[in-house]
Ligand binder design. Structure first.
Ligand SMILES: C[S@@+](CC[C@H](N)C(=O)[O-])C[C@H]1O[C@@H](n2cnc3c(N)ncnc32)[C@H](O)[C@@H]1O
Length: 197
């Protein structure tokens, strides 16, 4: 039987306890992004899903010119477009590993609970750094905790999962000054990094 994909789950993604959990994680990530990046002009959400985080950011950032979301699942993009309540929001299909934007297109890049699904996490982080302006900010929230270290011995050995592994990959991708936060539970971590100039 074919596994249920994000495309299949898109219509009901924001429903029930899972929807509430994603809303809480997105809301706390939005708070962190707003306190970390000073009046960003252009914002990108990588693995934006139904556009939850960008809708919250649009409400909190009235001066921002554009809020752009990209996601690998066509169903998620269709739902994000149907829920967009602000003309500054736009969404398109694509992957973190090959972002379709020129270098230095955004002042702030955000991503919540998508990174662990990226096929090539190093390539995705390099792309996030490439599309940021020098000293732009990257806010990444995902399964990032030392408590997840045991999972690296089994099915998830190629995943980042711990803060130490994330910092190594972020530095290799061109980021510096990383500050860690615990926005939700012990296994969800947020890192705020800035692009090296
Ligand atoms: C758990 S959902 C999170 C969605 C949204 N960020 C949120 O917090 O509600 C993970 C999302 O990552 C997307 N995704 C998975 N791999 C991706 C990739 N390589 N590039 C872009 N998006 C990806 C999936 O399609 C899915 O919409």
């Amino acid at each position: 039987m074919r596994p249920v994909t994000f495309h299949d789950r898109a219509d009901s993604y924001e429903d029930g306890w899972r929807g509430r959990m994603h809303h809480d994680i997105a809301s706390r990530t939005a708070d962190l992004a707003c306190t970390s990046a000073d009046a960003p002009r252009r914002v990108l959400d990588v693995g934006c899903g139904t556009g939850l985080l960008l809708r919250l950011l649009a409400d909190r950032l009235p001066e921002t010119e554009s809020l752009v979301g990209i996601d690998a699942a066509a169903g998620m993009i269709a739902v994000a477009q149907s829920k967009a309540h602000d003309p500054r929001l736009s969404f398109s299909e694509g992957t973190a590993e090959k972002l379709p934007y020129p270098d230095g297109s955004f002042d702030l890049v955000v991503s919540t609970t998508s990174f662990d699904h990226w096929r090539d996490q190093g390539a995705g982080l390099r792309e996030c750094a490439r599309v940021l302006v020098p000293s732009g900010h990257f806010v990444l929230t995902d399964l990032l905790s030392w408590l997840l270290a045991p999972t690296l011995f089994f099915r998830h050995r190629d995943r980042v999962r711990t803060k130490h592994r994330a910092e190594t990959l972020l530095e290799a991708a061109g980021f510096r000054t990383m500050q860690w936060h615990s926005p939700y539970s012990l296994i969800i971590g947020s890192v705020v990094a800035s692009k090296r100039e």
